[in-house]
Every structure is written in structure tokens, then in C-alpha cells.
Design a binder for this molecule. Structure first.
Ligand SMILES: C[S@@+](CC[C@H](N)C(=O)[O-])C[C@H]1O[C@@H](n2cnc3c(N)ncnc32)[C@H](O)[C@@H]1O
Length: 403
């Protein structure tokens, strides 16, 4: 069982850290013990991975990708991805979020001289990547792991800094994950309250049910407020924690959805298309982000993209909610969310005193730009695409050149 789960939430434009307490070890004074953010090193040999490159030793996924009942994933903004990555003869592209392989297939079809390294943390997606490798043995290399495991996987392959011509991140969950009740992401169908993108690959990873069984009220409030942007976070966190006295364990998606609805007594929420949205949508989003440590993974992935792209290589990042987009945008703008002093970037002339405490080399390294954004504004899907694939409605694509 994981010792702790870090909650690193966006608050007021800054990243703040807090921590859920140790699971199963709740202290009497209701204190949340803060644990240090795990700072991954770029070539961290110590990163945990159970699975080798293109390995076959993963835990078998419970749903079968070849099964007609497993939902198919339609790639979002595929034309734009091709336009910006512009695959050429000899290009090597890292697809960090292989999913159903829709973008990868389009890239392979765009130019017969392109090769791909295809990462995903989900064993089911990895199986699809292995199948694609069978179709294109010399052009596809599947990797099973999280963004944070990528340096270990690439080091084994002797892949070094600046190797890739393009990097693609199509964030969030795939339709295969979201639309399969037994994965526990779904509001509309009952299933176990799981939400682990990794499936059973890492048995120590906590599920959403584990979170709800052990988290203290204040940590849950922060999770719902910052990860779910839930305006009723206080009410909900109290109600969910109090429900432990009434239920044996909240461990089904329907159980959680019903309880949140009854606590909110709020049936008027709508999504971006004006469609009725379930009152528990934001609660599900918050728990999913926490269980999969999604924002820390993304923050790290942006550093990896910078490290592994060659100069003039292109990054395409597609995000699906504002928390993700903020992290992508800040990296592309050169805002180091951990270390950049607030004074820098606000105008050198005004802040001579603060800046004078830094050496020139430090200032240069802080202010050196790693990225040039390729479009003035974020790229959005066309109305036609949103009409044919509603999942695209919240997509925001940011293309950038590695300087
Ligand atoms: C939206 S889907 C990608 C769909 C894909 N582009 C396609 O066209 O089929 C996102 C995928 O990223 C994977 N993913 C999300 N976070 C990840 C992480 N930290 N490490 C590795 N894979 C991750 C998920 O498992 C999921 O399969």
C-alpha cells in the first residue's frame, strides 16, 4: 500500500502543496502530515517500473481491446497534430499517451519513413501498441509506464537527451478507460470505484474507494476544490467523510454518484455544450486526478519533453481542463513553478534589487526560453469536430518549438 498520496493543487495561480495523511494511520489530532514532493530527476535510475520495454510481463487488463464492447477512442484534433508535428522521413516521434493509438496510426500513415516510441501507463493501451508493433515491426516501439517512469525506460534503450523530433501528449483518460464500467471512471454505469489508469499494474496504487475510506475531511476539501474546481467542496467533503459512519464502504461508482447528488441537491449543472451534467462530474474528476497523480505527472512530462526533444523539435500538447492547460502554458511561457521568484518576469527595471541577489548565470538560466509557441492563441477544435466527437469539446492544443 502506498504510504501516502501527495496532493499538489493549483491555488490562486500558484502551486501549493498539501498531503493526504498516511492511509490507515489517521492521527487523533486530525493533522495532515506534509510529505515532500517527490522530485524526479531526469535520468532517475531509481524510478519504479515493473515492466520492460515493449514488455509482455504486464498484468493482463480485465477488458479486451479486441472486444466489440470496449469503446473505441477517436483521436482528437488529429489533423492539427499532423500539421504541427509534420512527420518527415527519418523522424522519430514520442507519443507519450498512446491510448487507442489513433494519433500514432495517423502519424505512421502520414509518412512511411516515420518511427514512433509509444508510451502508456495502461496495460490495455500497451497491448494495442504491441499489436501496432506487429503491423509495423521496425517502426513502432511500445513502452509500458508512466511519464515518471520514462527516463528509466529510455535509459535502458540508451536513448539520450535531444533524441526525438516530435513529442505528443494527448492528456486525460481514453474512451476505453472512461467507457468501461469496471475501470471505475463512469458516472452513468455502475462499477467498482477504482479509477486507476494503470489498472492492476502497480498493486500498491490506491483506488478512489481507498481515498474515500481514509482521507481526512480537510484534505478531501482541497482535492475537491483544487482538482475538481467544485464550488461546494466544503459541503461535499463533510458529507462524504460523515457517510463513513453510515455505509460499510463507499466502493461503487453508482454509490458515490448517488451520494453526491443527494448531498448537493443540485440538478441544474450543464457542460460546455449546454447538456445536463451530473452533479458528481467534478467529484469524479477530482478523485481521478488524485488517484493518478495527474498534475505532478504532467508537470514532470513537460520537463521530459524539453529534455528529450532536439532543438527545433516540436511538442504538441492537448489538454482537457484548465488545470492541465495552465501547467502546459506555464512551462511553454518559461514559468518554473517551483523555483522562479515572483519578482522575475515582472520587469527587470522595477526589480533591480531583487535581481541583484542572483548571479548573471543564474538569471540567464532562469530567464532562458526553452520554447517558442507556434501559435499566438491556443488551438481549439472545429465546430464540426465537436459535433461529431463531443469528447473534443474541451480540448486545447498548444504547439511549441524546442529552442
Ligand atoms: C486521451 S488518451 C490518448 C488517446 C490517443 N491519443 C489516441 O488517439 O488513441 C490518454 C492516454 O494517456 C495515458 N496516460 C495518462 N497519463 C499518463 C501518464 N502519466 N503516463 C503514461 N500514460 C498516461 C492514459 O492511460 C490514456 O491511455
Amino acid at each position: 500500500m502506498a504510504g501516502h498520496v501527495l496532493v499538489r493543487a493549483l491555488s490562486g495561480g500558484r502551486l501549493v502543496r498539501s498531503a493526504c495523511r498516511r492511509w490507515g494511520e489517521l492521527s487523533a489530532n486530525n493533522e495532515v502530515k506534509c510529505l515532500p514532493f517527490r522530485s524526479y530527476s531526469l535520468l532517475d535510475e531509481g524510478s519504479q517500473t515493473n515492466h520492460g520495454v515493449g514488455g509482455s510481463e504486464f498484468v493482463a487488463p480485465r477488458s479486451d481491446p479486441a472486444d466489440a464492447s470496449t469503446p473505441r477512442h477517436i483521436p482528437v484534433m488529429a489533423e492539427e497534430v499532423l500539421e504541427f508535428l509534420a512527420p518527415r522521413d527519418g523522424s522519430v516521434i514520442l507519443d507519450m499517451t498512446f491510448g487507442g493509438g489513433g494519433h500514432s496510426r495517423r502519424l505512421l500513415a502520414a509518412n512511411p519513413g516515420v518511427r514512433l516510441v509509444c508510451l502508456d501507463r495502461d496495460p490495455l493501451a500497451h497491448r494495442l501498441a504491441l499489436a501496432l508493433q506487429e503491423e509495423h515491426p521496425r517502426r513502432v516501439l511500445p513502452l509500458l509506464g508512466r511519464f515518471s517512469e520514462l527516463p528509466t525506460l529510455l535509459t535502458r534503450l540508451k536513448i539520450k537527451r535531444g533524441y526525438f523530433d516530435g513529442v505528443l501528449m494527448d492528456l486525460g483518460v481514453s474512451s476505453m478507460q472512461f467507457g468501461t464500467a469496471e475501470r471505475g471512471f463512469m458516472l452513468s454505469q455502475d462499477g467498482p470505484l477504482d479509477m486507476r489508469m494503470d489498472g492492476g499494474r502497480q498493486p500498491e496504487q490506491i483506488t478512489a474507494a481507498d481515498v474515500l475510506a481514509h482521507i481526512d475531511e480537510n484534505s478531501l476539501y482541497k482535492v475537491l476544490k483544487f482538482y475538481g474546481e467544485e464550488k461546494n467542496a466544503r459541503l461535499l467533503s463533510r458529507g462524504l467523510v460523515e457517510s463513513r459512519h453510515m455505509f460499510q464502504r463507499l466502493d461503487t461508482t453508482r454509490g458515490l454518484a448517488t451520494l453526491v447528488s443527494s448531498l448537493l441537491d443540485d440538478t441544474t449543472r450543464t457542460d460546455k455544450l449546454g447538456r445536463h451534467a451530473h452533479p458528481a462530474t467534478k467529484t469524479f474528476q477530482a478523485l481521478r486526478i488524485l488517484v493518478n497523480n495527474e498534475l505532478n505527472e504532467l508537470d514532470y512530462a513537460m520537463r521530459l519533453a524539453q529534455y528529450y526533444l532536439r532543438p527545433q523539435g516540436v511538442l504538441v500538447a492537448i489538454s482537457f481542463h484548465s488545470l492541465e492547460d495552465t501547467i502546459v502554458k506555464r512551462h511553454l511561457q518559461g514559468v518554473d513553478m517551483d523555483h522562479t521568484p515572483a519578482t522575475i518576469g515582472l520587469g527587470v527595471a522595477k526589480h533591480r534589487t531583487a535581481l541583484s541577489t542572483y548571479t548573471k548565470a543564474e538569471i540567464d538560466s532562469i530567464t532562458a526560453k526553452a520554447w517558442k509557441q507556434l501559435t499566438k492563441h491556443v488551438v481549439l477544435p472545429s465546430d464540426e469536430e465537436v459535433a461529431s466527437n463531443p469528447r473534443a469539446r474541451s480540448a486545447k492544443l498548444r504547439p511549441a518549438l524546442r529552442l
